[in-house]
Design a protein around this ligand. Structure first.
Ligand code: B12
Length: 451
């Protein structure tokens, strides 16, 4: 079984030979030189992503935490589509050199909303200057209703791309069960300790329908799980590379359904520790005994979507959890000694400057080690986007700023400058050991252990 779909902006029936296809993600250098993006250092000089750079920009050098990881989506494509040339966050000059070679008929671009302006420019250039026949776009940017996209792209690839892209270049389709898991070994500099962690995604996407989230629009219901063979194979590879800890980066990890249990067994069998990204709803499904069982099976840390501590926001955006449940669960996790990091969104419709500052104290009191803060963005394609658009509430149409670091819509109580100040305040206080005792303790524990 497989998902993903293609929207044809021009129906040409052209099937390029796989080796005449060039696939690239955004270049690593463009954003370095752009003053507006100086504060978006996610694309690193060596072409990796720093998963935490944005969240620790405002804290002193010695306390910064970082991860160096491959772009997951791109790594999945590369591991599963044989024939095309892949340029993984290359230099701009490398893309141009490849286009100049005359070897390619189709340029495939992987982009997000915020890299769409670059993608449009690149697509024009590729057709005008280098005779590229078609330009195809994949990744979250496809959801943007930007008119300029229709002029230059020939196809938009929605959802997880292994199946549809293989078919588009004349190769056999690939169902989720046939997808190979890529090497996602990640270097982490995490609160005083340097480690290597094997990232694992065994089910992509999310079945929930939070009204601000791009996931349910991009790939409704999420993807089917990978096969247990693919999971075992990558775990063996990690084990062979002396990786002791696995981080499950599903959007919502369920460890107590049949497949989750098989994955858990596979991790336990190899004596590995694990952490996971999950939702409070999935934790509710585990129950107290289940969480204990996971801890006893090696669960050492969690990244959970806290997103808001205001029930009105949670209700309005169709999140399935509530403040009291989140607080009780966090208490239990603390008792069980499971380290918790969270994501948190500021500037929901019912937020005020005061409520955000109250949340800041609360997040620290709840024992969260580190929290990843973003400003709520009406991501294209989501119900929240259409609501803002219909009510003429979008104030900034420069897609490059749609990263979660800028307020791009008219908030009833908060202006864009204050929003940015609040974001910096949240990131620099909650994620600083001088303000956050849980973070301080974790830092001490880690540095003592590595002495
Ligand atoms: C994990 C994650 C990260 C990790 C990245 C981990 C990694 N190593 O890749 C980190 C923490 C580094 C990160 C950083 C950022 N992220 Co992020 N991230 C996510 C998250 C949670 C999951 C994405 C993921 O990996 N999915 C699994 C992989 C396998 O799928 P995929 O990447 O979509 O790739 C598949 C398809 O897109 C498709 N595809 C992709 N490209 C192409 C190209 C072609 C031609 C084809 C055919 C198909 C195709 O095929 C791929 C393989 O199946 C999503 C949220 C979500 N709800 O999904 C946000 C999300 C993608 N991130 C987002 C943002 C804004 C950012 C940051 C800008 C945040 C910031 N201010 O720093 C940076 C930018 C980083 C970047 N990539 O440039 C937004 C993007 C919004 C948008 N519409 O553009 C999302 C949607 C979160 C949100 N706000 O809702 N992120």
């Amino acid at each position: 079984m497989a998902k993903g779909r293609v929207v044809y902006l021009r129906e040409t029936n052209f099937t390029p030979r796989p080796e005449r296809v060039l696939i690239t993600s955004a270049p690593r250098d463009v954003y370095e030189n752009d003053p507006m993006h100086r504060r978006l250092p996610v694309l690193t000089g060596d072409g990796f992503l720093n998963g935490f750079s944005e969240y620790s920009t405002d804290i002193p050098e010695e306390w910064k935490f970082s991860t160096w990881q491959k772009d997951y989506g791109f790594a999945f494509l590369e591991a599963n589509i044989k024939g095309p040339t892949f340029l993984h966050h290359p230099y701009s000059t490398t893309i141009i050199e490849h286009l100049e070679s005359g070897v390619y008929d189709v340029l495939c671009i992987s982009a997000f909303t915020w890299t769409l302006p670059w993608a449009i420019k690149m697509a024009h250039l590729a057709k005008r200057e280098y005779g590229i026949k078609e330009v195809w776009l994949g990744g979250y940017a496809v959801m943007t209703d930007e008119p300029a996209m229709n002029q230059v792209f020939d196809r938009l690839f929605w959802g997880y791309g292994e199946n549809v892209l293989n078919q588009a270049i004349g190769l056999s389709p690939k169902s989720a069960e046939e997808v190979k898991h890529p090497d996602l070994i990640t270097r982490a500099d995490w609160l005083g300790r340097k480690t290597q962690i094997g990232h694992l995604i065994f089910k992509r996407g999310c079945p929930n329908r939070c009204t601000y989230c791009a996931d349910p629009v991009f790939q409704p219901g999420g993807d089917y799980p990978l096969s247990i063979d693919a999971v075992e194979e990558i775990l063996d590879y990690y084990k062979w590379n002396d990786i002791k800890s696995v981080y499950i980066s599903n959007q919502e990890t369920h460890m107590f359904n049949t497949f989750g249990q098989e994955v858990l067994h596979a991790i336990k069998k190899r004596d590995m520790y694990f952490g996971m990204l999950t939702s409070f709803q999935a934790l509710a499904f585990c129950g107290e005994d289940g969480i204990r069982e996971l801890r006893d099976s090696g669960l050492s840390f969690l990244l959970v979507g806290l997103e808001s501590l205001n029930d009105k926001n949670l209700e309005k955006t169709k999140r399935k959890t509530r403040q009291k449940f989140m607080e009780d669960t966090l208490k239990l996790l603390r008792q069980l000694n499971i380290g918790v990091t969270s994501t948190y969104m500021i500037c929901f419709e019912d937020d005020t400057v005061e409520s955000i500052r109250e949340a800041k104290k609360k997040i620290i009191d709840l024992g969260i080690i580190v929290s990843l803060f973003n400003i709520t963005v009406p991501l294209p394609g989501t119900p929240f986007y259409y609501q803002c658009k219909e009510q003429n509430m979008i104030t900034d149409w420069n897609w490059s700023r749609w990263t979660g670091n800028h307020l791009v819509w008219k908030h009833p109580n908060i202006d864009p400058v204050t929003a940015k100040e609040l974001l910096a305040e949240m990131r620099s206080e909650v994620n600083h050991p001088d303000y956050n005792p849980t973070l301080f303790k974790q830092w001490e524990r880690n540095t003592k252990k590595s002495c």
